[in-house]
Design a protein around this ligand. Structure first.
Ligand code: ATP
Ligand code: MG
Length: 374
């Protein structure tokens, strides 16, 4: 079934084309697209890159690894099974079964979407993770051997690092991508720099380290124009362009907050843009459980966060900053290591990130929230 285009989606055609050019010119088959949360990475993969890749004859397979409790390898297998023709799946199952078949004892091996029967010697019975590995390898081999080039869109890649067996899966993926570099490419996205660093700094993952970084630029004025146009189409209301530009800046050019505000305006035609942004921000904060998360922060952590927001030019563990923090938190003194622990806690809980080297608050929702709760 053909999906109706989303009238609120602002296309990023140029970015999609430049990524597909890098892939088709064979500069690299591993592309890395990292940006902080809520910047539109997933929307870009699903609504811009995948349709454009398909238009150009590519097979695209999208996987969201943010599914706690499901092994990453099974998520990729399931995505391939949902996308590929049955004949390709049968071929891959047969190859996997024959790879696993040796002799004597019969074993039935379950993969997420299929059962592979095999005859195995007792000492050759595969370990439980060998079966999905063999099946996935066969699937990727079959994809590489099919007439169409394949692009894997691997979203929230950093979650693999948190999963059990994540390292073995990454090693296998790396080998397969190297083996099929002419036929299979991947675009990897992630939103937690700390978790991604854990993957890419791993000495077993040099292949990923040499992947090509793609800059993911913020939306510009075209975003606000597009939203204004869609709003007029849907409701007849007009946005004041200058005021809307200022509001977009004030929410850190965040597409989600602005678009949620548009939804509020569609539902209640009496509300202004500013009111709608306040309502949308409140709702998003509720969805994110920010009240609770904020409440659980210790006093020093909140002071460190406020310091980063208000005086980003002064490193929080410098002597000057620590003197200010001690005063704000009502402590005699604050050691550099205490500030470091506080920063780690803030990063772990999604309040602070280190995208640009030093600690910063990239999520505009948190920025707005912190300002309101000063
Ligand atoms: N190009 C766009 N046009 C219109 N709205 C957009 C666009 N990109 C993102 N948005 C809005 O922002 C929301 C968040 O985008 P998305 O989920 O793609 O961000 P993300 O970077 O993947 O975030 P996360 O890291 O949290 O997964 C979308 O649900 C949509 O409302
Ligand atoms: Mg996403």
């Amino acid at each position: 079934m053909h999906k109706r285009p989303d009238p609120w989606h602002v296309p990023r055609a140029a970015l999609a084309d430049s990524i597909l050019n890098v892939i088709s010119s064979r500069v690299s088959n591993v592309l890395l697209l990292f940006a902080p949360r809520r910047r539109g990475k997933t929307d870009f993969l699903l609504k811009d890159l995948a349709p454009r890749a398909k238009e150009l004859g590519r097979q695209t397979i999208y996987v969201d690894f943010w599914k706690p409790g499901i092994a990453p390898i099974n998520l990729l297998i399931r995505a391939i099974e949902e996308t590929c023709p049955p004949s390709l799946l049968t071929q891959a199952r047969n190859v996997a079964a024959s790879l696993l078949t040796r002799v004597s004892v019969s074993g039935e091996l379950s993969t997420p979407g299929a059962k592979i029967s095999a005859e195995l010697a007792p000492d050759e019975r595969p370990s439980s993770d060998m079966v999905p590995h063999a099946y996935l390898e066969s699937l990727l081999d079959a994809l590489a051997g099919s007439g169409r080039p394949t692009t894997l869109l691997l979203d929230e890649f950093q979650e693999i690092a948190r999963a059990q067996d994540g390292a073995a899966f990454i090693a296998m993926l790396r080998a397969q991508l190297k083996h099929h570099e002419d036929r299979v490419s991947t675009v990897i996205t992630g939103s937690s720099m700390a978790a991604l660093r854990a993957i890419f700094d791993n000495r077993d993952a040099p292949f990923f380290r040499t992947g090509t970084m793609i800059e993911f630029p913020d939306h510009g004025a075209d975003f606000v124009r597009h939203m204004g146009h869609a709003l007029t189409e849907q409701t007849g209301r007009k946005l004041d362009e200058d005021a809307a530009d200022r509001v977009f800046e004030s929410v850190g050019r965040n597409p989600q907050i602005f678009r949620s505000a548009m939804a509020v305006m569609v539902m209640d035609k009496s509300l202004t843009l500013n009111d709608s942004v306040a309502i949308a921000t409140g709702r998003l904060a509720r969805d994110e459980n920010l009240d609770d998360r904020w409440g659980r922060l210790g006093l020093l952590d909140r002071c460190v966060l406020t310091h980063i927001l208000q005086q980003p030019e002064i490193r929080p563990y410098s002597g000057k900053a620590r003197a200010q923090l001690a005063e704000a938190a009502g402590l005699g003194q604050v050691s550099a290591s205490r500030v470091q622990s506080s920063l780690k806690r803030l990063e772990r809980n999604g309040f602070v990130s280190t995208w640009s080297g030093g600690p910063s608050v990239d999520d505009p929702l948190i920025r707005l929230w912190a300002e309101r709760h000063k």
